[in-house]
Design a protein around this ligand. Structure first.
Ligand SMILES: [Zn+2]
Length: 337
């Protein structure tokens, strides 16, 4: 059994992964991840839409805003966590990565966040956020009139392209292109949709984590060059539907813009992260053991579950976030003093 799986096994054996156990706080040179949603567009009780919280130093950064993110965040860390997140990275503009952006922005504000929400994403992100602002203009004006503070209602969105776009307090965030735009199934050529789809690499305190975003697996993907000397590589995956029924054929059309478990294993092989992680799992009902059985990658890897945490330090500790923070709202600190 691999070292990482041994750590998981021993934590489970010790009961440390049980709900209600205090959530580990990341040290100064650690990155902590909380998987809030490990599924994709299809609704699932077990796997909510894609969203991963990154805690590094004083920063709390959400990567993607899939369905149910707000509820999972509240489940993991109560009002404290809901109001602390003020950075959001969007990998691309599909609804399963963006639909909870207004939920995070507005709920965090209403219950105490007094700084603007900063959003970064590919071309079109700033326009989408402007549309969210327009859509909720009445709500925002209403709450300001009755006394909710103003600053936390601000939404500061920036379109970013490949390269380093954030470098502060020892936290560096790099965007890179991945390949998720629709293609002609016969020729492999892109069908002309504008825009871009991104992956991100976050470096902090000598630790690093890479998010693949949604991507097909091709030799030209930037994940392999961006994934060198990496602690944790989080990669999406789609399991091919068996058979050749019309339903299976339709499901498998999207394999042209996603990566099979074996293709992800190839990326792990070429990058050799300390830990490879499958998340954004299609279909969401696939069990972890089934998925692990679909690859012969022999390095450290696991399948993410909703509310799983990874604390990335000298060792990588797997845990579970639930029940931390305050879940009954008693604090009236939502107005300007
Ligand atoms: Zn997706």
């Amino acid at each position: 059994m691999s070292r990482i799986r041994l750590v998981v096994a021993s934590l489970i054996a010790l009961g440390l992964c049980m709900p209600g156990f205090p959530v580990a706080v990341a040290a100064d040179d650690e990155i902590k991840l909380t998987f809030l949603g490990t599924g994709a567009p299809r609704p699932s009780h077990e796997r909510y839409g894609p969203a991963i919280l990154v805690e590094a130093g004083n920063y709390k950064i959400m990567v993607d805003a899939g369905p149910g993110m707000r509820e999972r965040l509240f489940q993991a860390g109560g009002f404290e966590m809901l109001t602390d997140v003020d950075h959001l990275l969007i990998t691309h503009l599909h609804f399963d990565h963006t639909i909870s952006a207004p939920g995070l922005w507005l709920t965090g504000w209403l219950f105490g966040r007094k700084v603007p929400m900063n959003v970064y994403g590919p071309e079109g992100t700033a326009a989408m956020m402007k549309n969210f602002e327009a859509a909720y203009d009445w709500d925002i004006r209403y709450r300001k009139i009755v006394g909710v503070h103003a600053r936390g209602a601000e939404l500061l969105a920036t379109d970013v392209g490949p390269g380093v776009f954030f470098n502060k307090d020892g936290l560096k965030i790099t965007a890179f292109n991945v390949e998720h735009l629709p293609i002609d199934l016969d020729t492999g050529e892109e069908l002309g949709l504008e825009g871009a789809t991104l992956g991100y690499r976050i470096d902090y305190g000598g630790r690093s984590v890479l998010f693949s975003g949604d991507t097909r697996s091709t030799p030209s993907t930037q994940i392999i060059p961006m994934g060198q000397d990496l602690d944790v590589l989080i990669h999406e995956t789609q399991v091919p539907a068996p058979g050749d029924s019309p339903e299976a054929k339709l499901a498998n059309v999207s394999l042209s813009v996603h990566s099979t478990p074996a293709q992800v294993a190839y990326v792990f092989e070429k990058t050799k992260p300390r830990l490879g992680v499958y998340s954004h799992i299609i279909p969401p009902e696939i069990k972890s053991d089934e998925l692990l059985g679909m690859t012969d990658y022999d390095g450290e890897m696991l399948v993410a579950e909703d509310l799983m945490t990874l604390t990335i330090g000298d060792v990588i500790i797997v845990g579970r976030a639930e029940g931390a923070g305050t879940d009954i709202f008693t604090d009236a600190d939502v107005v300007d003093q």
